[in-house]
Design a protein around this ligand. Sequence first.
Ligand code: IMP
Ligand code: MG
Length: 366
Amino acid sequence: MASKAQARYGEIMRDVEEMVNDHIARLRKSPANISKLKLLVPTVGQFFTPLPLQDAFSYQDHKRRISSRRFVAPSFNDIRLILNSAQAMALVKNSQLELVTFDGDLTLYDDGAVLTPENPVIERILALMRRGVRIGIVTAAGYTEAKEYYRRLAGLLDALAASEVSHKLEHNLVVMGGESNFLFTYTPTSEYKLERVHDADWRLPEMATWTDENVKALLDVAEQALLNCKTTLNIPVEILRKSHAVGIYPEKHHKLSREQLEETVLVVQRIIESSPAGQKIPFCAFNGGNDVFVDIGDKSYGVMACQRYFGGIAGDKTLHVGDQFLSAGSNDFKARLACTTAWIANPRETVMLLDEVQELGGGAKT
Ligand code: IMP
Ligand code: MG
């Protein structure tokens, strides 16, 4: 039974793999082309690389024994992990991986936590960097001071600074805060190992409209919409207004329900979209697990700015790893526009994915 199931699942994966190849080929000829995959999945987006799904299935089947299960069918999580493996395989082939960007909360550490020295992700990130891969941490957490990022990322930054290649890796790691608003670069000699990069040295031409006036107008609308939700849903939250974000978070020891968080995101998103301020600049409203934030820009701009900072790394040589890929109210989803992605469910899966990349021999060699 197991070997039959294995062969069947493998064939299905091969069929989907071919549909993806056909989709890529048709779009390459003309963006107006409609593929079979597009007909079956109208919301399907751009593929930066082919996906070796059959090989990825074999790999995950070996690990998870999917085809040996008698009662539980291949699940959403099985498929998510197969897709991640396929993406890793496609990137590593021909040493294509040049930049890996990571989300912070739930990807590198638990929600609201910090990256401590014993976190197993540190040695994996260092291994990638030794092989010449650049690193970006693209987080919604928006601080204007290096000290605050150091507080969250000290385990990694200190390990980098203590490594034998510390100076060689200067400027090979960046932190993008507030989705796409504040860029810091790894500088081992500075007090907090990070130095703010001047806006003029990293901002994308598309960001020219993100003027103080437009930012303020959008955040005013967002703040009012959040306040309305607070009243309508009767939720015990405080409002936090920053220079490039506004959010709500619950009073101490209070946990917001999924329904409250999602309703707030959707209402706020709709109100901003239909306001004049929301037409002028992009924004991202998302559910942070126990808070809701509206940020200026989104992670597609954050990743694109990292690619540009490192000299113009292409989307098919970049991997963004994150936990928020449901389309409504998830902030990593937008990174799909800028590069290939891997959807992980917790920091342990990030470590597993990096082990896979390493096993496959990932990263351009320096
Ligand atoms: P991420 O998972 O690294 O993108 O971080 C998301 C979390 O950062 C949110 O859920 C918030 O708790 C926190 N956060 C802190 N400052 C900001 C901000 O300015 N904008 C959005 N989220 C923020
Ligand atoms: Mg996250």
